[in-house]
Ligand binder design. Sequence first.
Ligand SMILES: NC(=O)C1=CN([C@@H]2O[C@H](COP(=O)(O)OP(=O)(O)OC[C@H]3O[C@@H](n4cnc5c(N)ncnc54)[C@H](OP(=O)(O)O)[C@@H]3O)[C@@H](O)[C@H]2O)C=CC1
Ligand SMILES: Nc1nc(=O)c2c([nH]1)NC[C@@H]1CN(c3ccc(C(=O)N[C@@H](CCC(=O)O)C(=O)O)cc3)C=[N+]21
Length: 307
Amino acid sequence: MTADPARATLIDGKAFAAGLVERVAAASARLESAHGVKPGLAVVIVGEDPASQIYVRNKGETTQRAGMRSDTHRLPAETPQDELLALIAALNGDAGIHGILVQLPLPGHIDSAAVLGAIDPDKDVDGFHVVNAGRLAVGLPGLVPCTPLGCLMLLKSELGDLSGLNAVIVGRSNIVGKPMAQLLLGESCTVTIAHSRTRDLPALCRTADILVAAVGRAEMIRADWIRPGATVIDVGINRVPSRDPMKAAQGKTRVVGDVAFDEAAAVAGRITPVPGGVGPMTIACLLANTYTAACRAAGVAPEPLDA
Ligand SMILES: NC(=O)C1=CN([C@@H]2O[C@H](COP(=O)(O)OP(=O)(O)OC[C@H]3O[C@@H](n4cnc5c(N)ncnc54)[C@H](OP(=O)(O)O)[C@@H]3O)[C@@H](O)[C@H]2O)C=CC1
Ligand SMILES: Nc1nc(=O)c2c([nH]1)NC[C@@H]1CN(c3ccc(C(=O)N[C@@H](CCC(=O)O)C(=O)O)cc3)C=[N+]21
């Protein structure tokens, strides 16, 4: 038998998220007893996107655990945009609802930008409204997108001060890549954003002390793209056929990240697994944002939620 190569430390997002949910639950209970405000989240789902089902289920369970109110509005796929906008207007005006999340992607006949733009920015717990993107860009308090916020919490808890580190983010979406870059810039990292037109992506990735993969391509990032000792955050959630050919033939799938985990773990210093890494942090941060929004609506300073 050959000795195991050095293995990266696993960053346990699931455990970190469970702790964060507990802190949110405790802080929410204190907000309710001291000020009579119970944080309320409204989730709006239009149509049936099978990939989103797990997210929706995990979200519902976790919100319950945090002792928050959570309403789910399920609308048929053919819902006219006007009707969706009318629901958002009603939720904007509902004092018991502090957070509104419209599940993406929306059906093709709906203008997603118009829908996201209709959410009251102070209830926009996804942080997708242009006002919140602008606040993040200029360093004003707002609501920060949950996935990058969760990644940042993991990085700070693992590495402490991030200043001066080289961060490479692969992916430039408005919901992950760009806000991730803003947050790391805010921590004084030297930030590079890569995308599908980037030249020599492997060489660029090798410059990273912090490598964030948010691409949506199963196991694209290989071991030889990773600087030995680097911290790797894998945002990707990709469904691939089950390893067992019998199960695969029955259409069974498993979830993998954007990083080839097994080989990457032999090179990286620290790495998040998929599942059990960034995903649970996204949900915990959604609840944290709902708590923050409820505090601000009540004119109360939110308690710090850091570990
Ligand atoms: N864990 C979680 O909580 C969450 C996970 N996700 C997952 O994260 C991943 C990314 O999501 P999202 O940001 O919404 O995805 P998008 O599809 O919106 O963006 C993907 C980005 O990756 C870039 N890209 C695609 N192919 C390549 C390539 N071959 N080389 C370099 N860059 C490439 C694209 O570049 P270009 O702009 O040039 O097209 C784009 O900027 C997905 O797997 C998604 O499922 C998303 C949200 C939450
Ligand atoms: N308005 C909106 N906001 C979102 O934040 C949003 C969205 N729409 N649409 C879909 C994507 C995807 N997303 C995930 C969140 C958590 C997990 C998650 O908890 N994953 C677990 C389980 C994975 C599994 O086993 O399938 C894990 O990684 O361990 C996955 C995916 C949020 N998204």
